[in-house]
Design a protein around this ligand. Structure first.
Ligand code: FE2
Ligand code: FE2
Length: 190
């Protein structure tokens, strides 16, 4: 767990403890006083609010991400799952090597996916192949740079790395990858 997340867990525990004490003290004002009841409502709402905040950190597959080609959609869905796993590993440190293992999996799968996508585009002479390949290459270079930084200072780099992977991949799937969709489907790729 990064120091930032250790702090937020600590702050959350402190807030819950504070609320429980205030509720106990609030009842000294009498059961008809609204204060303890309001504080109980706040206490009950905390897990819900917390879950909403946590859920926003993860990516969910949307139908609009589909490129209409089953094997590539399957790749993209798997990529998003691996990124969520990495986000979880980064947020909740569960053991030595888990973050690294999750990171390696995302990076390897991303590179393999790029190769599969390029092979398909090459096979059908996709006209924008070179530009698409250039974008993949740039992404791989950036990943390699961030991976080097991660090796030197994992605690500081991991969140930046996860955010970058998440943003870049979702934008790429929902943008550049959409551009080959009609072309490849016209060629009968499904
Ligand atoms: Fe893709
Ligand atoms: Fe792509």
């Amino acid at each position: 767990m990064t120091s930032k997340h250790r702090f937020s867990t600590f702050a959350m525990a402190l807030l819950v403890t504070f609320l429980i004490i205030m509720i106990a003290l609030g009842f000294l004002l009498g059961p008809s006083h609204p204060l303890p009841w309001i504080l109980i409502a706040v206490l009950v709402a905390i897990p819900y609010i917390h879950n909403r905040i946590v859920a926003r950190r993860f990516v969910t597959w949307k139908d609009q991400y589909s490129v209409g080609i089953e094997r590539l959609d399957a790749d993209h869905k798997r990529l998003l799952n691996l990124i969520n796993r990495l986000q979880m590993a980064a947020d909740y440190y569960t053991g030595p090597g888990f973050v690294e293992e999750s990171l390696d999996e995302v990076v390897d799968y991303t590179k393999n996916h790029f190769a599969r996508e390029e092979e398909l585009m090459e096979k059908y002479d996709y006209p924008d192949l070179e530009e698409h390949k250039r974008q993949h290459r740039k992404m791989v270079e950036k990943i390699d740079t961030l991976m080097e930084q991660f090796q030197q200072d994992p605690d500081r780099t991991i969140q930046e790395l996860v955010q970058f992977l998440k943003q870049w991949l979702v934008n790429h799937i929902n943008g550049t990858d959409q551009q080959y969709s009609a072309f490849l489907r016209d060629k009968g790729v499904s």
